[in-house]
Design a protein around this ligand. Structure first.
Ligand code: MSP
Length: 664
């Protein structure tokens, strides 16, 4: 193997029975960020995505549309290609399982495994789910449905070919145990270990030929089972076996997939097939959780999840941002909030909170105020002196740590964690400007102090633009343009992430806000107008009816006031309420032994994770009331800002007052 190993990363190949949506876009965007990162580090990279076409459900969808299956597959595969192009996905190849290059490799794999005796002929009688394209055992089926997915199963009785999966259990276990990086995250590895230890049975790898699929070599009565066909795509794209350079790509470094196709297919069947072929196994198989919509898996078949194009159009409409910025805002939300260990609720209001809080208020503000001050106090020219000019140096040392952390996260295949680390630098940049206060230094005639403070802020912005290049490529390039810099050259990651690299004497461009704020007061109505985005999409959840207080009289007596029991509370937990855009469910300790459950209409102002530990003021004797079927046992006190957001009231010295302290 004389070739340099390429970093090889894959998405699942998507079924062409429906169009791409924000769920499939998430896996593709995660891979895109990782591929871009490896390219920036100067590594040869090969990023593969594509379409899985020989499923029975594709044939069924084509029949329903009154089209020949191939024509239907061509059309929908085009939708995937277009969507990835629209989202600026940097895939190096797009494979379709109906292509001749793939058909030939599937036939070759089949032949080789028949020759070794791993594939043999048998008769299958049992359950099959078309929705899952999966065979199920009796114990996996209840009341005509697959227990795992809830999809309907049908009884099939066919003469087929089998793959001797049962022969690979011990070898799979040994490989998993000796390669801790192979199956991730750990919870899924444990699930796979349990699945294999439960006993592997031979698996059917062909089905009766009903005119759609890849024929079993030498037996036209059968087509290759869609999963056996599909997994091989990862090998086809390397050029195996004919292309001499195939092993510069193989084994894949990372197969990234959703959790429903992890255990059975990517973590068990695929490695066993590779073992049968005598080929090395992929470096890592990583499974992420689902986007849920109102608590249910977002799926094309349910029509409950929007396409990326629909979401981008909404964002553009609501914010006035450019479509390219809106695409990166969607990227930000999907990358930042998808979960590897659990599931995450997808909603427009979460997307808008992320947009306003993180992109507009934090990142946009940092870029904008830095460039504006530079224009105002230093003629829009970057101060000379480089790393020497770093005010008190805290931003410089933090930046060094953050660069390392971001690299660690990206190497651990976690773009969301990388983004949250980058935002620490964004926040520190804003905090640093607040403390170094260049406007005060300017007023005091401290030209050197102004230059030091502004250089530090500019350099933080530049480093942030470098770190964001693989994650939010358009945002990063607009930031660099405003800083007066060109595109990040590939391979320059190590050099560009060094603090002090911003050359002095260069003029910056005019500060242009890139994330116009979304007025959340208007989103509810606008959202309604924009709703018919997907046929069959359910209407958006109604905006929470936070109980309106009756109009207050001019005066109340002290006795009236005495009726209200106000107490200090400490927030213990906070989470969103399914289907409610404004509501958070909190548990609050008010010194009663066990905390109270309180529902508060503050979801558009606060991220749930920012709340635990905060001391607040609670109306403790408000009669319990139900919202969205949940009981609220009190009320938090909050002011309303100019835009109608709730701003919580906190004691000035939180450590001095324990939960339960009286407020008068
Ligand atoms: N064709 C198979 C995969 C074969 S790979 C050799 C398949 N296709 S699919 O079109 O159903 O796409 C499934 C993948 O899309 C998931 O594994 C996941 O990566 C992504 N997602 C689909 N719905 C999703 C959510 N609701 N949430 C997150 N990801 C989602 O299975």
């Amino acid at each position: 193997m004389a070739h340099d190993k390429t970093f090889y990363i894959t998405t699942p190949i998507y079924y062409v029975n429906g169009v791409p949506h924000v769920g499939s876009a998430t896996t593709t965007l995660l891979c895109d960020a990782l591929a871009r990162f490896h390219r920036l580090k100067g590594e040869k990279t090969f990023f593969l995505t594509g379409t899985d076409e020989h499923a029975q459900k594709v044939a069924d969808a084509a029949a329903k549309a009154g089209m020949p299956a191939q024509e239907f597959a061509d059309k929908v595969a085009g939708r995937f290609r277009d969507c990835w192009e629209y989202l600026n996905i940097s895939n190096d190849d797009f494979i379709r399982t109906s292509e001749p290059r793939h058909r030939a490799v599937v036939a070759e794999v089949f032949r080789r495994l028949q020759a070794t005796g791993d594939i043999y002929r048998g008769k299958y009688e049992g359950w099959y789910s078309v929705a899952d394209e999966t065979f199920f055992r009796e114990s996996e089926v209840k009341d005509g449905k697959a227990i795992e997915s809830g999809a309907a199963v049908e009884w099939v009785s066919e003469d087929n070919y089998y793959f001797k999966l049962s022969a690979y259990g011990d070898r799979l276990l040994a490989h998993i145990q000796s390669h801790p990086e192979f199956l991730q995250p750990e919870t899924r590895r444990n699930e796979v270990l349990a699945f294999i230890k439960g006993g592997l049975r031979d698996i059917v790898v062909s089905r009766r030929n009903s005119g759609w699929g890849i024929c079993v070599p030498g037996d036209e009565s059968q087509v290759v089972y869609v999963w056996f066909d599909a997994l091989i795509n990862y090998l086809t794209a390397t050029g195996w076996p004919g292309n001499a350079a195939w092993d510069s790509r193989w084994p894949a470094d990372l197969h990234l997939v959703g959790k429903e196709i992890y255990t059975r297919f990517h973590a068990t069947l695929w490695p066993a097939m590779l073992m049968g072929l005598g080929l090395p196994l992929p470096g890592t198989v990583l499974g992420h959780g689902w986007w849920l919509v109102d608590g249910e898996k977002g799926a094309k078949s349910k029509g409950n999840i929007p396409t990326p194009q629909e979401v981008v159009a909404e964002l553009v409409e609501l914010s006035g941002a450019s479509p390219e910025i809106a695409k990166d805002a969607l990227r930000y939300y999907l990358l930042r909030d998808i979960s590897f260990t659990g599931d995450a609720e997808y909603s427009q209001s979460h997307l808008i909170s992320r947009y306003n809080a993180d992109l507009c208020n934090k990142l946009g503000n940092l870029l904008n105020r830095t460039l504006k001050m530079l224009a105002q106090y230093a003629g829009a020219v970057v101060p000379e002196g480089g790393a020497e000019r770093t005010a008190d140096g805290t931003l410089a040392s933090l930046s060094r740590e953050i660069v390392q952390d971001v690299e660690r996260c990206m190497l651990a295949y976690d773009p969301g964690a990388a983004l949250s680390v980058i935002w620490k630098l964004v926040e520190a940049g804003n905090g640093d400007i607040d403390t170094t206060a260049p406007w005060k230094r300017h007023k005091a005639g401290d030209t050197r102090g102004v230059a030091d403070a502004l250089y530090a802020a500019l350099e933080a912005v530049r480093i942030i633009s470098v770190l964001l290049t693989p994650l939010l490529p358009h945002v990063a390039s607009v930031m660099r343009e405003q800083l007066g810099l060109g595109e990040m050259p590939l391979g320059d990651w190590a050099h560009e992430t060094h603090w002090g690299g911003l050359p002095g004497g260069r003029k910056t461009a005019e500060a242009q806000p890139i994330f116009p704020r979304i007025d959340t007061k208007n989103t509810a109505t606008k959202q309604k107008e924009l709703t018919p985005v997907t046929e069959n999409m359910p209407p958006p959840p109604p905006i929470l009816e936070v109980a309106e207080a009756p109009a207050a009289p001019a005066y109340i007596t002290i006795d009236d006031f005495a009726k209200i029991q106000l107490k200090i509370g400490e927030i213990k937990t906070a989470e969103r309420v399914e289907g409610a855009t404004k509501l958070l469910k909190l548990t609050v300790d008010i010194g009663e032994g066990s905390p109270r459950q309180i529902l508060a209409g503050i979801a558009e102002s606060y991220l749930p994770e920012s709340l635990p530990g905060k001391k607040i003021v609670v109306v403790a004797n408000l009669a319990p009331r139900k919202m969205r079927g949940l009981e609220s046992q009190g009320m938090l006190m909050a002011a309303t800002d100019a835009e109608g957001h709730a701003i919580l009231l906190h004691p000035a010295d939180p450590d001095a007052v324990p939960p339960g302290a009286q407020v008068r």
